[in-house]
Write a protein that binds this ligand. Structure first.
Ligand code: NAD
Ligand code: IPM
Ligand code: MN
Length: 353
């Protein structure tokens, strides 16, 4: 039996509703593969912030740094400003544990209606590789002159040689293990300093991957192409903000943001990686028990894959695909009327539980 310790942070809103689905699926598949999970649950959230004045304790990172992986539902609540909840929990984990790759795969599943006519099931299979610790999400800047007519907010985008090179290298290497096609999201026609540098570094890395065919697309045009012809993409490497926007867009192309998974990876494995669905806490539907658990379930599969169990991960993906293809059971975001619980139960049935 292989034992893993998972730091579980359900967070807020639907994060708390979809996390049990991920754990149930991990336990079910694990049992068949001789893998056991121990979950250490942390109440780090906006509720904690309201009660104690901090999203997590001061020594939060050291409490989870020896876990095998972190699973996070979502954070954010209308009662706490987003910059407080995010800079108080999510962003410190991504940065503190050098999770500089954010992997966001997208597939169009049979049985899911995409709003995009050309998004055919089985044909759309891409991964957004999002730079996850620098770029537009920098800590350099601030608000100046509060209350004055000249008031301003400034934030510097920070692109470093090391930071861009390592994420580009990860993306090329991923493309080399898939269909050998890579697209770099850029905007070198409009932003004078940063993205021409990004382009240069991506090109440098590309010389080490002669089998990978790659091109650079301006982010605005790329958004249009992703909608018009999503099947042409394999790996898309993008800066922090571009990758954030692109990954909600590609999730929508696949039918719902509720399906999309994500893995914040520390490739060197000096720190635990963090697994969280792409979606947020969805205050508009929280508490109603109708959140789509598939994003969290697919994220659980990414966790298994990362821990070295690709066959177990594949079983989860196959069960997801089978439920969608063979039953009408799905949550409202996919046009059904099932609850989170009923949908999860069906997935577990297809896993043979
Ligand atoms: P969101 O992803 O929470 O919601 C966007 C829309 O998608 C909403 O209409 C929501 O109902 C729907 N949706 C999302 N997930 C769904 C699911 N699993 N099933 C069905 N429908 C789903 O994005 P938002 O509204 O921009 O943000 C809400 C809060 O979440 C904010 O506080 C934000 O900062 C936070 N947030 C957190 C994370 C994270 O923790 N990783 C990610 C994104 C947003
Ligand atoms: C995501 C989210 C976060 C991000 C926010 C909540 C800070 O949108 O994980 O995609 O932009 O990274
Ligand atoms: Mn996002």
């Amino acid at each position: 039996m292989t034992d893993y310790r998972i730091a579980l942070i359900p967070g807020d809103g639907i994060g708390r509703e979809v996390t049990p689905a991920a754990c149930a699926v991990l336990d079910a598949v694990g049992a068949r593969h001789g893998i056991a999970f121990t979950y250490d649950e942390f109440d780090w959230s906006c509720a904690r912030y309201r009660a104690l004045g901090a999203m997590m304790p001061d020594d939060g990172l050291s409490r989870i740094r020896r876990h095998d992986a972190i699973f996070l539902g979502a954070v954010g609540d209308p009662s706490v400003p987003d910059h407080v909840s995010l800079w108080g929990l999510l962003i410190p984990i991504r940065r503190g544990f050098r999770q500089y790759v954010n992997l966001r795969p997208v597939k169009v599943f049979e049985g899911v209606e995409s709003p995009v006519r050309r998004a055919v099931a089985g044909e759309v299979d891409l991964v957004v590789v999002r730079e996850n610790v620098e770029g537009e999400y920098s800590e350099i800047g601030g608000r100046l002159g509060r209350g004055f007519p000249e008031e301003m907010a400034v934030q510097e985008a920070v692109f470093t040689r090391a930071g861009v090179t390592r994420v580009a290298d990860y993306a090329f290497s991923l493309a080399a293990s898939r269909r050998n096609r890579l697209t770099s999201a850029t905007k070198s026609n409009g932003i004078v300093h940063t993205l021409p540098f990004w382009d240069e570094l991506v090109a440098e890395v590309g010389t080490s991957y002669p089998d990978v065919t790659w091109d650079a697309e301006h982010i605005d045009a790329l958004c249009a192409k992703v909608v018009l012809d999503p099947a042409r993409f394999d790996v898309i490497v993008a800066s922090n903000l571009f990758g954030d926007i692109l990954s909600d867009l590609t999730a929508a192309v696949a039918g719902s943001i509720g399906i999309a998974p994500a893995a914040n990876i520390n490739p060197e494995r000096e720190f635990p990686s963090m697994f969280e669905p792409v979606h947020g806490s969805a205050p508009d539907i929280a508490g109603r028990g109708i959140a789509n658990p598939l994003g969290a379930v697919w994220t659980a599969a990414m966790l298994l894959d990362h821990l070295g169990h690709p066959e177990a991960a594949k079983e989860i993906e196959q069960a997801m695909a089978a439920v969608l293809a063979k039953t009408p059971i799905r949550t409202p975001d996919l046009g059904g009327s099932a609850t989170t619980e009923a949908f999860t139960k069906t997935i577990l049935e297809f896993l043979g539980m």
